[in-house]
Design a binder for this molecule. Sequence first.
Ligand SMILES: Cc1cc2nc3c(=O)[nH]c(=O)nc-3n(C[C@H](O)[C@H](O)[C@H](O)COP(=O)(O)O)c2cc1C
Length: 325
Amino acid sequence: MAGAGGGELVGAVAGAGALGFIGAGYYSDADLAQQLALASAKAAPVDGRLPFGVGLLVWRLGMPGGPHTAFVDAVIEARPCAIWLSYGEQAATAAWIGYIRTRDSAIRIVSTANTLEEARVAVTAWRTDLLCVQGIEAGGHGLGSAPPRDALLSAVLAESANWDVKVPVIAAGGIATGANVAAVLVQGAAGAAVGTRFLVSDESLYSAAQKDLLVAARENDTVRSLAFDDARNTVGWPTGIDGRGLKSDTVADYDAAAARGALETEAEARRARYAAAAASGETERLITWSGTGIGSITSVLPAAEIVARLTADAASALADAAQLL
Ligand SMILES: Cc1cc2nc3c(=O)[nH]c(=O)nc-3n(C[C@H](O)[C@H](O)[C@H](O)COP(=O)(O)O)c2cc1C
């Protein structure tokens, strides 16, 4: 998770037996080295390979051979077990997958799909090693028009019977409890990708103020919007991508400007207001990404305990459900 999933969190998750990804999308070379070292200190290489992955934002990378190639080389040379490539145009994503595999064929590639068509391309054209289908419930970025997670997962699993290659499919979006994990396993997923639950962990890079907002938030307190990227000027995402986060005055400012037809003309003033609020510690304008599962998250926990609880609660939910038959 870019901005939240650093080495402390990913190392703790790996130590607890789950697979975490350092969200390196906005990192400098120095940030990458620092976060890799933090994660490695908690989760040492296994057979010369880091037991965690690195996530990259394809739209920020350009094409292989361009200025960001050295950064990707540094990721590859760290020997992660997997690289998750997301949020890019298809040609660029395919090119990076080819580049990574040429340099290190043992690195597993993970891809996100927000539609059935994206899933088909990732599996049949890119030969991705692990497919994550991400529904509209997900915290952070995704396709604003994505179907609900369950509908997308069902469609992808049904369609995948026709594909010439089989890969594990995991589900993402609003999964915050063990019962949620059990639900996607029953549907046929090979696993769950969990984001927001780990934002509210001791080890996440989120501030105490952001974690307080998340703990207080309820299930209808999130919204998909372009306001978050507008405010911090992280623009350039592929067409149709927005993000889900907590409702805030930052979203209200954006919506009010849109209603006045003043999104462009007031952009600088809006960003200045956000920057001033961020500098002063004002919480009403904080950008706090969150999925719809936030209503089930009521406390900050150590990441290892989150992994243990999700696993144990999923097992007991599956056992309980089996009794109903
Ligand atoms: C703060 C935050 C940062 C994220 N950064 C990335 C990222 O860099 N790359 C990516 O593929 N997905 C990213 N995601 C999406 C997650 O991979 C995942 O799909 C999502 O969190 C699942 O939904 P949930 O938050 O409701 O559990 C991010 C999510 C959050 C909340």
